[in-house]
Design a protein. Structure first.
Length: 298
């Protein structure tokens, strides 16, 4: 029976004393995939930093919840390359992970025709960059993110009336965007794809007074049947990905612009939470896609 590794990290593994408060998402995703694979493959969750000889004993490695990779991107990519060199199928492939690990990929999607959010790309960000961004965008509020980051960790939002303090900085490559009110009024749209096929969609909404939609900050989500135009927008982003084959899994996050169209926030191809509780058939779809990848490889 094939062995599949569900790669995780200390802040998500159930036995860890440093487990994060939103690591229940690890449990839900693992359970959905185990149900889909039942009787067909063994699925084991373990740290992506486990000894290479242990990881090399698996047939396929799925990037489940390695949520701490953003603080060790180069180490993470090197480990994935070593796992792949040992003959293990890595999903998504290392070239996809490398491309997706720096949010500069959004510029490439924009060049390919994606409806995008206007963005500045400072190599580091300080108060002067934020103040300049207000005028550049003609906006009263902006959001500053790390280019290598996830889960809104290290993210800040400032307004003209509440600018950053003098000692504020992001000492790494950053991105600055105008704040879009639809994030709070409607929420963020997420479209889940498995092997290029649409699985399910949802809207994620922030808790009252916040704009961050992740469960770590009290965000909630609900399943939706997307409008045809909205689904087509997400499928369009999938078609723009610069790979010969669609990734095994993808989550396309989008927000509505003032004109009514959806713009891409992120194409999540590394370790996104895929919301199995909103997708009744998702676990089965992902399990089938993994087993198909193994059959093709063999």
């Amino acid at each position: 029976m094939p062995k599949i590794a569900f790669l995780a990290c200390p802040i998500t593994l159930p036995t860890s004393p440093t487990r994060r408060s939103d690591a229940f998402e690890h449990d839900l995703l693992l359970a959905a995939l185990k149900a889909g694979l039942a009787g067909r493959a063994d699925l084991i969750d373990l740290d992506w930093r486990a000894p290479l000889e242990e990881l090399a004993g698996f047939d396929l490695a799925y990037l489940g919840t390695p949520w701490d990779y953003t603080d060790a991107k180069d180490e993470f990519l090197e480990r994935l390359e070593a796992i792949a060199a040992a003959g293990v199928i890595v999903c998504n492939p290392v070239e996809v992970i490398r491309w997706n690990s720096d949010k500069l990929y959004l510029r490439e999607l924009e060049r390919r025709g994606a409806s995008s959010i206007p963005t500045l790309w400072p190599e580091s960000a300080g108060p002067s960059d934020v103040l300049a961004a207000f005028d550049h965008f003609g906006a009263d509020r902006v959001v500053v993110k790390r280019r290598v980051g996830a889960g809104a960790i290290g993210q800040d939002s400032f307004s003209r009336t509440a600018p950053p303090p003098a000692d504020w900085r992001i000492e790494q490559p950053a991105m600055i965007q105008p704040f879009l009110p639809a994030i709070q009024s409607e929420g963020e749209h997420s479209f889940i794809f498995v092997d290029g096929r649409f699985s399910h969609a949802l809207i994620k909404q922030a808790s009252h007074g916040d704009y961050r939609i992740q469960s770590l900050y009290g965000g909630i989500e609900r399943a939706v049947e997307p409008a045809a135009a909205d689904l087509a927008a997400a499928q369009g982003i999938m078609a723009m990905l610069p790979f010969a084959q669609p990734p095994l899994y993808a989550r396309i996050d989008m927000v509505r612009l003032d004109g009514g169209a959806l713009a891409v926030i992120e194409a999540e191809l590394i370790e996104p939470y895929l919301y199995p509780e909103q997708g009744e058939k998702f676990g089965q779809m992902l399990a089938d896609a993994m087993l198909a990848a193994l059959a093709k490889h063999n």
